[in-house]
Design a protein around this ligand. Structure first.
Ligand SMILES: [Zn+2]
Length: 161
């Protein structure tokens, strides 16, 4: 079963309510060995945001840390009110996600797809959105089509069960 680890991060501003959830957007940190807490501090101190911008964060060992949770995030400008941003730590331009990270990404996407009636096509990489072709996020080594195929295969497995 999916397990969300609560954070004890301090956010500088109150959370805002999401309008709806129509997509799940996958990100990488684009930094090696950069934890959820590192990201929280980076977004807060360097970017000047309330706190970690991602809704959920996946560590190398696959643990899923709650960031903003089901509140408006700060991860994909123009999309934050209608999407969830899920970030896995790593620089997937130069390293592959761990098996545990892939498993957790599948688990969390599958969970939210069921909750919000989303399809594999609604799970997108940051770079695939209009206006973001300048970024490789979630990394050149992260194949979004392959990932969506994995999600499709899970759906097929579930409907047959
Ligand atoms: Zn991104």
């Amino acid at each position: 079963m999916i397990r969300f680890e609560p954070n004890n991060f301090h956010f500088n501003e109150p959370f805002e309510e999401l309008e709806k959830i129509e997509k799940l957007i996958i990100h990488h940190t684009s930094r090696v060995n950069f934890s959820a807490l590192d990201t929280h501090h980076f977004h807060q101190k360097e970017r000047g945001w309330s706190g970690i911008g991602y809704n959920y964060f996946i560590e190398k060992d696959g643990s899923i840390i709650e960031g903003r949770g089901l509140h408006v995030g700060a991860h994909t400008y123009g999309y934050n009110r209608k999407t969830l941003g899920i970030c896995a730590t790593g620089d997937f331009d130069i390293e592959h996600p761990t098996g545990a990270q892939i498993q957790s990404l599948i688990d969390i996407c599958h969970y939210f797809m069921e909750q919000y009636q989303l399809q594999p096509k609604d799970v997108v990489g940051h770079r695939e959105l209009d206006g973001f072709d300048y970024t490789t996020c979630p990394g050149k080594l992260f194949d979004m089509n392959e990932f969506r195929t994995m999600l499709e295969n899970i759906q097929v497995g579930v409907s047959k069960a």
